[in-house]
Design a protein around this ligand. Structure first.
Ligand code: FAD
Length: 390
């Protein structure tokens, strides 16, 4: 689908970038995504191609080989990647999030040592926040990092970590000073955890409904020894706020990705509506189906406008939590609805694995839960409009 309407609001660079990623996805991802997903296969072979396209450098400063793209480009990239296969968007997101945090807050040594390899696709990355006892309320994390000489001794467990085993470094939220209450006011830091960390191990992968292709694992720290030089930025107590900025960005990613998957759903429904005939005419000529198609198209366009708005606001204001929250809430809930509506356009065939809709529906189902649940984000939006109006 050409997405003609919104193109008018984008720069030539945006349109060219979107075209480049779309071409890659059409050639390399669309034809194999369902098979890869069914096999739960890690897309090793696509990493060099993604690196060649500069996908791992989108959040990294030019000094270290990245392109430090604007937020609109960022959203557009994830729309295109997720239209092909959500796991690929997730792989680029987790790695570029590590890149963003290191590029924005890292010491010179951390940047010089890690960023060129991240940009080149030689090192993957990821983010570890969630613990068995807390996901939404991150100031309650229990994983501790106690300074001993030149090292931190880390104890505790992270769960549900996407790309956790591949991530090297895994940017991990830790409590460096349990005496500080509430912990987010200076007690929380970010540590860069590398594969060779003594005392680090991985629990079993969780079996999951969708988002297959990337592992979702438990990361266990038992008196793990992490060099103090791996404290992000070399300063304790700033981790919570550093991570919140990354999560705002993550909401543009989620909104972009859900928009892309919804577009893929609609594309399948449109093709089918032109071909399938009932009662002597293509089903696309029945008004009930036309209304479904029109409603889906409106929702996809609206979701894109919301994430572009959030991206432009973030660009202008540094952070735009309410706008990013609105985009994430709308796009991710819309994505679930559109995947299911598209499935209904196909009737029984929509439910069959020959078509990608059941995969997309399973992948969309996580989107209202990840990167800040939509329940939490409605609270963020409400707080903002109660304080400052619309
Ligand atoms: C496939 C997958 C991938 C993931 N990847 C990662 C990853 O890479 N890194 C990572 O750190 N985590 C990851 N997660 C974890 C995910 O971010 C958390 O599951 C999510 O943040 C919710 O946390 P929770 O599960 O602890 O739910 P809880 O925080 O226990 O929430 C349970 C329910 O209560 C609601 N709720 C909680 N507090 C409030 C409130 N104040 N007001 C209203 N409602 C509230 C929530 O919205 C939710 O509906 C992943 C999870 C999955 C399933």
């Amino acid at each position: 689908m050409a997405s003609r309407h919104i193109t008018a609001g984008l720069t030539e660079e945006h349109v060219a970038l979107r075209g480049m990623v779309r071409e890659f996805v059409d050639a390399w991802v669309m034809p194999t995504a369902s098979e890869r997903e069914e096999k739960d296969e890690y897309p090793d072979d696509l990493i060099p191609k993604l690196a060649e396209l500069g996908m791992f450098g989108i959040t990294v400063s030019e000094e270290y080989g990245g392109s430090d793209m604007d937020y609109v480009s960022y959203g557009l990239i994830f729309e295109e990647l997720a239209r092909g296969w959500m796991a690929l968007a997730s792989l680029v997101y987790t790695t570029s999030s590590g890149g963003y945090l290191i590029s924005s807050f890292g010491t010179e040594e951390q940047k010089a040592r890690l960023l060129p390899d991240i940009v080149a696709g030689k090192r993957m990355s990821g983010i570890a926040l969630t613990e068995p006892s807390t996901g939404s309320d991150l100031k309650e994390i229990k994983l501790t990092a106690r300074r001993e000489g030149d090292n931190y001794i880390v104890n505790g467990t992270k769960i549900f970590i996407t790309h956790g085993k591949h991530a090297n470094p895994l940017v991990t939220l830790v409590n460096t000073d349990p005496s500080i209450k509430p912990a987010h006011r200076g007690g929380i830091s970010l540590l860069l955890i590398e594969h060779d960390t003594p005392g680090l191990s991985y629990g079993a992968d969780f079996k999951k409904m969708g988002h297959r292709g990337l592992e979702l694992c438990e990361v266990i720290f038992e008196n793990a020894v992490v060099p103090a030089s791996n404290l992000l930025g070399g300063v304790e107590g700033k981790g919570f706020y550093q991570m919140m900025g990354a999560l705002d960005r993550g909401r543009i990613y989620m909104a972009g990705a859900s928009t892309g998957m919804a577009r893929a759903s609609l594309e399948v429904a449109l093709d089918y509506a032109k071909q399938r005939e009932t009662f002597g005419k293509p089903i696309g000529e029945h008004q009930a189906i036309q209304h479904k198609l029109a409603d889906m198209a409106i929702k996809v366009e609206a979701a894109r406008l919301l994430y572009i708005n959030a991206a432009l606001k973030t660009e202008a204001e540094g952070r735009a939590s309410a706008a990013s929250g609105m985009a994430k809430i709308y796009a991710t809930e819309m994505g679930v609805e559109v995947a299911y509506e598209a499935m209904r356009v196909l009737g029984g065939y929509g439910y069959i694995k020959e078509f990608p809709l059941e995969r997309i529906l399973r992948d969309q189902a996580l989107m209202p839960i990840g990167e800040g649940t939509n329940e939490i984000l409605r609270g963020v939006v409400a707080k903002e409009i109660l304080a400052n109006g619309l």
